[in-house]
Ligand binder design. Structure first.
Ligand SMILES: Cc1cc2nc3c(=O)[nH]c(=O)nc-3n(C[C@H](O)[C@H](O)[C@H](O)COP(=O)(O)OP(=O)(O)OC[C@H]3O[C@@H](n4cnc5c(N)ncnc54)[C@H](O)[C@@H]3O)c2cc1C
Length: 461
């Protein structure tokens, strides 16, 4: 029996000193030979736990087997059966906590690089113009999907494959939700997002951009016109600490900062006329993926010092391992165990710094992480030109305020039953609008579950 390579086939990347000058993809992708060599490390477990751990239950083992044989077309079609956007999820999923986290190889050697193989297949299909042949049996029932992020995408695709007439309403001028406006191009190139989303129209989803449900179309109108509705409006409303100085000029929510940079292309100013204030020293409050994205954008916008300001330590950071590593390689400074108490400003209203207090770790809290505890006398200040708040988000209020009939949790997340149906009959919800904020693959999984429930509801199963 051939000896199995214990170490991963490394993925080539732009070196840190180069990539901080551009917004191009950091990973450079596998070649065909590299992908095959990585897939050949898979031992093809009898009970592949990678599949049960995946929120959309991709048939990972069969997919990898085909890659190992060099049969990329079949591997791609296997991936696409359960996941409408493999090139995207392969790049952004927290694989270390899901499929790769339970990979048998990972117990004694490097786990198989499942995410990068998924991304390879998505890219390969795009470059070779390969797509699924679908034979859709048309039905008459109409379903409205609100929001074109991962939850709305997977719900729309699965319902369309079942033959429903699906209309997807999106508030913005572009589809994709956070995939377009939040995650920067150096992690998720936008030509890949555009290509993956073009599939929606290819299979006959009626995509209506620039349509804000609750504003230019009433929710009640949709209830009259459609037989069922799925709400996937996400959680795009920012959260602030509620400390003094947060209204100063130069303080951003991460969403505003990232929307300006990514969607409105502020990094190409003046070619694009979106201004952004990003001074020499930038403090980003929080340590999740959103915080890393904001910090890495600030580096690329030319800031000399970019700090992650976090009340716990690197070990507790909720960011994906790869993102944290890349941020550190790019020179982002991780200021651990600090808690901001006041943003400091000049007389003319601009940020000049931040006041913080040093923390230490105490007992475990409800999240299972050590609770940060304030150190008496640990107050200090840091000079900053820009402050970005990346403390997590809340469900969008605009839609919820205009649909008072929908029951929500105290934090504004839409309540659903085990079939993802809300308290309003025939209206389902999923993704961040229901969870309050999770991951791309979680949202994809919920969109799929909701599609199955809508099918059951409409066909009386
Ligand atoms: C900067 C950033 C980085 C992230 N990085 C990662 C990562 O690396 N890995 C990961 O797994 N997850 C990551 N996440 C989280 C992940 O992106 C979300 O969990 C996921 O996008 C949720 O999908 P969704 O479909 O529920 O909502 P969204 O992606 O938010 O999409 C909701 C869509 O609904 C539209 N909408 C809202 N209201 C209306 C309305 N009234 N009418 C019509 N349309 C409406 C919005 O415009 C939007 O397009 C990140 C999030 C952010 C913000």
């Amino acid at each position: 029996m051939a000896k199995i390579n214990k170490t991963r086939v490394p993925m080539r990347e732009q070196p840190a000193e180069e990539r901080i000058k551009n917004f191009d993809s950091v990973p450079l992708g596998y070649t065909d030979e590299e992908a095959m060599a990585e897939a050949q490390r898979c031992i093809q477990c009898k009970d592949p736990s990678c599949e049960t751990e995946c929120p959309v239950n991709m048939k990972i083992r069969a997919m990898i087997e085909k890659v190992a044989e060099g049969n990329f077309e079949e591997a791609f079609l296997i991936a696409k059966e359960d996941n409408p956007i493999p090139a995207i999820s392969g790049r952004v999923c927290p694989q270390e906590d899901q499929c790769e986290g339970v990979c048998t190889m990972g117990k004694k050697a490097d786990a198989i690089n499942i995410g990068k193989l998924g991304a390879f297949l998505g890219d390969w299909a795009m470059q070779n113009g390969v797509t699924e042949e679908l034979h859709i049996e048309e039905r008459n029932e109409k379903v409205a999907v609100i929001g074109s992020g991962p939850a709305g995408i997977s719900c729309a695709v699965d319902l369309r494959k079942l033959g429903y007439r699906v209309t997807l309403f999106e508030a913005l001028h572009i589809a994709g939700g956070v995939l377009q406006y939040g995650i920067p191009a150096f992690r998720l190139p936008k030509d890949i997002v555009d290509y993956e989303l073009s599939y929606l129209q290819k299979i006959g989803v009626d995509l209506r951009l620039n349509n804000i449900v609750g504003q230019n179309i009433k929710f009640d109108e949709l209830r009259w016109e459609f037989d069922a509705i799925f709400i996937g409006t996400g959680a795009g409303a920012p959260r602030f600490l509620g400390i003094e100085g947060e209204k100063l000029m130069g303080v951003y929510s991460a969403n505003e900062f990232l929307i300006r940079v990514n969607l409105m292309k502020a990094y190409k100013f003046p070619e694009y006329d979106t201004p952004i204030v990003c001074g020499d020293s930038v403090g980003v409050i929080g340590a999740g993926n959103v915080a890393m994205d904001a910090a890495r954008c600030a580096v690329r916008l030319g800031a000399r010092e970019v700090y992650i300001l976090y009340r716990r330590t690197k070990q507790e950071s909720p960011a994906r391992d790869e993102e944290l590593e890349h941020a550190l390689e790019e020179g982002v400074i991780f200021e651990e165990l600090v808690n901001p108490t006041r943003v400091l400003g000049s007389e003319d209203g601009w940020v000049t710094g931040i006041e913080m207090v040093r923390m230490e770790l105490g007992e475990l809290d409800d999240s299972g992480r050590p609770r940060p505890v304030k150190i008496e006398g640990g107050e200090f200040t840091m000079e900053l030109d820009t402050v970005v708040n990346a403390l997590g988000t809340l469900p969008n209020r605009l839609f919820l305020d205009r649909t008072p009939e929908l029951e929500t949790t105290p934090r504004g997340a839409i309540k659903t039953d085990e079939k993802l149906m809300t308290n309003v009959k025939g209206v389902f919800a999923g993704g961040d609008a229901m969870s309050g904020g999770a991951t791309v693959i979680q949202a994809l999984g919920e969109g799929k579950r909701a599609a199955a429930s809508i099918h059951g509801y409409l066909s009386g199963i």
